[in-house]
Ligand binder design. Structure first.
Ligand SMILES: Nc1nc2c([nH]c(=O)n2[C@H]2C[C@H](O)[C@@H](COP(=O)(O)OP(=O)(O)OP(=O)(O)O)O2)c(=O)[nH]1
Ligand SMILES: [Mg+2]
Length: 344
């Protein structure tokens, strides 16, 4: 039996009525600490003579998750125990359009072994870029680097100076965290100082900067490219971009950065899909004191919106690290938050 898994309707019940000619494929990205399993795809197959993640076509009577479980048993002889819904990748090959339902598989039973004589190997998740995969797979490479936790800075209180605020975050942010440096009162040069200070005091952190600040700082400060790992767009930033191009092509920011967007409704999720964000933060799950007067979506509405996202979804708003299991059950990818995520 599968322990904690999101469940979706079988394809025959009309999962994607607008894509009736699309070939749906369930794909498992099997992750064990820093290692990911890749399999050789025979030259005789569509998009063959490259590596692939194991998986195969979803049959009409199946959900993507059922197909994943069947395919991973058939192809590499493992029993999936936990699969996290990560991405849906629509891609037009000249021959056909596919929708890859990508799951991150974190628990399984059995020793993976190619059942069709295909070579399999474990590779470091930071080195996946060295291998050639089918063309549709490009967004999978950043997905495997995304953290479970997305930490957001506290607001600076009235008694604190900027240096004290920075110092507090340097001392309390967990090791290796991805930290969104959210500060709405700083001008560009103070914001630059904040990023510089945090990156020198805590080189282990992956800093995420506000899109509004990045737009100003990028032309003035070449070191920004390596000082931050990603950019965070508010829902308003996201909705002001009206073009079909991928986000970083459109605004000419490095494609090596990760792009996160805040979403609160179906329209913003649709926009994040269109602009191929790396992940979204869907909020608020619950009402919180930091956003007084804003009602929580509740898990049922959150799950419905989450299902519309083609990119990984973090739950935000009254969420703690311990909620990760519940987020996975609701079809989400990770947890995000402020107070509950710091070390005391
Ligand atoms: N399994 C897998 N398929 C992929 C990946 N990327 C990608 O574009 N595809 C495409 C190639 C194929 O058009 C389709 C899946 O085909 P498949 O050959 O695995 O399907 P299957 O296991 O059901 O095989 P078959 O019974 O149809 O021979 O998805 C990937 O990483 N893994
Ligand atoms: Mg296959």
């Amino acid at each position: 039996m599968i322990a904690i898994l999101p469940e979706y309707a079988p394809l025959s019940s009309g999962l994607n009525p607008h894509h009736s000619k699309v070939v749906h494929v369930a794909v498992g990205v099997i992750v064990q600490s820093d290692q990911v399993l890749i399999c050789w795809r025979d030259a005789s197959l569509h998009q063959g003579n490259r590596y692939e993640f194991p998986g195969g076509k979803v049959e009409a009577s199946e959900t993507p998750l059922q197909a994943l479980t069947r395919e991973l048993l058939e192809e590499i002889n493992i029993q999936v125990k936990k699969a996290i819904r990560a991405q849906q990748l629509y891609f037009n090959y000249p021959e056909k359009t596919v929708c890859l339902h990508i799951f991150k598989v974190t628990e399984f039973e059995g020793e993976p072994c190619g059942q069709q004589n295909q070579a399999i190997r474990w590779v470091n998740r930071h080195e996946l870029g060295q291998y050639q995969f089918p063309d549709a797979n490009a967004p999978i490479l950043p997905m495997v680097l995304l953290p479970d936790h997305y930490v957001i800075t506290q607001s600076q209180d009235h008694q604190q100076t900027l240096n004290q605020w920075l110092d507090w975050h340097s001392r309390h942010t967990p090791q290796q965290a991805w930290l969104y440096v959210r500060h709405k009162q700083l001008d560009a040069s103070l914001y630059q100082q904040a990023i510089k200070t945090l990156s020198s005091q805590r080189p282990d952190l992956k800093l995420i900067a506000m899109y509004s600040q990045v737009k100003t700082l990028k032309p003035l400060w070449p070191e920004l490219d390596s000082a931050i790992t990603g950019v965070h767009l508010s829902q308003r930033d996201l909705m002001q971009l009206d073009n079909q191009m991928q986000f970083n092509d459109k605004v000419q920011l490095p494609s090596s950065w990760f792009y996160f967007a805040a979403c609160h409704d179906a329209a913003s999720i649709h926009q994040a899909n269109t602009l191929a964000m790396d992940a979204v933060l869907l909020s608020p799950v619950h009402a919180t004191s930091t956003h007084a007067g804003q009602a929580g979506l509740g898990w049922a509405a959150w799950q419905q919106l989450c299902a519309q996202s083609n990119v990984p979804v973090y739950a935000l708003g009254g969420i703690a690290p311990d909620d990760l299991g519940q987020v996975h059950q609701a079809g989400g990818f990770g947890v995000a938050g402020i107070r509950a995520f710091y070390q005391s």
